[in-house]
Unconditional design. Structure first.
Length: 352
């Protein structure tokens, strides 16, 4: 968890924040809950612990949706939200498919094209918000509808079957191979962990370093905690908003690339990203009001949702009921977020 206090915070506030073990306890609680539910589902349905048939696709989905949640977390860090996270994923993935299908580029080049497109559309979104002062809710919602039409039109114009199906060398192995296929002598990785999870680890390390070790990361959080105070402190809040949405678009595009099956790029990529993006981030401890993020908590929150989804599916719970349960989980998470904000504010007020 990364929590940054404004530069002029009084010592009493710092002392009060250090007395709050909630942040650590929350991540520990999530970890315990994920393990407990995994054991419970494993007892009720032993097939849940099958490494290749259940755990591998589960962890592959968790890896992808964690990146989606990180994309939302970055926007939330400045007190904004990104309702276009799914369409940005489709937009970026479309450029990767275009590069493979029409230009014949290697897998790595297509990935770079995907990330560049996602960062570009995210930057446009951030610029519109910073320049006009319009709520991120309105701008990203408008961007979502605009990209929905644009991506569909481009796929219809550039493909015959509304999909890019060219498979560059290495992309099939990326999603279908596990760490068991990577060996150092006689020692191999786990067959339950997909190779694609490496992207998630790199994204988490990069964001952890950004928010925990750099001035820019602290300024992003200060902008989210109190934009007016950040502006008076000399922080270029407009540029930080632009940066946050650029990173959000880049991560959304990365998730779109990871979700593209075995190299098939369609306009429908990212259609189901909205709910998981908020669930993972909010359950992990990121505040909707900005100023507090948790990279590790986002992973644990996404893992919790993934375990619940897979476990209930194996128990025969229908899709409609499953969506009801996940909606209730999000409602509880939002309520906890509001309670946590109020409690933290009252403790600070009492300390002063």
């Amino acid at each position: 968890m990364t929590t940054i206090s404004p530069p002029d915070t009084v010592p009493e506030e710092r002392t009060a924040s250090h007395r709050m073990p909630f942040w650590v306890n929350q991540r520990l609680g999530l970890l315990v809950l994920v393990i407990a539910l995994s054991v419970l589902f494993g007892v009720l349905r032993p097939a849940f612990l099958d490494q290749q048939l259940v755990l591998f696709p589960l962890l592959r989905d968790v890896a992808t949706l964690t990146v989606v949640a990180l994309a939302q977390m970055v926007a939330l860090s400045v007190g904004h939200m990104n309702l276009a996270v799914g369409r940005m994923a489709a937009f970026g993935a479309m450029f990767a498919g275009l590069g493979y299908d029409r230009l014949g580029v290697p897998m790595q080049v297509g990935l770079l094209m995907c990330l560049a497109a996602g960062a570009a559309i995210g930057a446009v979104t951030g610029w519109l918000i910073a320049r006009t002062g319009v709520s991120s809710f309105v701008v990203t919602l408008a961007m979502d509808f605009a990209l929905l039409g644009l991506v569909s039109l481009l796929y219809s114009a550039l493909t015959d079957d509304a999909a890019f199906t060219t498979h560059p060398t290495g992309i099939d192995q990326l999603r279908s191979y596990s760490l068991a296929d990577i060996c150092a002598g006689p020692v191999c990785g786990s067959p339950a962990v997909p190779q694609i999870a490496q992207f998630t680890v790199l994204a988490m390390l990069a964001l952890g370093f950004l928010y925990g070790c750099t001035r820019i990361g602290r300024e992003l959080l200060l902008t989210g905690a109190n934009p007016a105070a950040a502006e008076l402190s000399g922080i270029p809040t407009g540029r930080r908003v632009l940066l946050a949405h650029t990173l959000s678009g880049l991560l959304a595009a990365l998730a779109g690339f990871m979700a593209a099956g075995t190299g098939t790029f369609r306009a429908s990529i990212g259609d189901d990203f909205m709910l998981p993006s908020f669930l993972g981030a909010v359950l992990g401890g990121t505040l909707l009001t900005g100023g507090v993020v948790s990279v590790l908590g986002t992973l644990l929150g996404t893992a919790l949702v993934g375990v619940i989804r897979k476990g209930l599916d194996l128990l025969g719970v229908g899709l409609e009921s499953l969506n009801i349960y996940l909606g209730c989980v999000l409602l509880l998470a939002l309520s906890a977020d509001r309670i946590r904000t109020v409690v933290s504010y009252r403790k600070v007020v009492r300390s002063t």
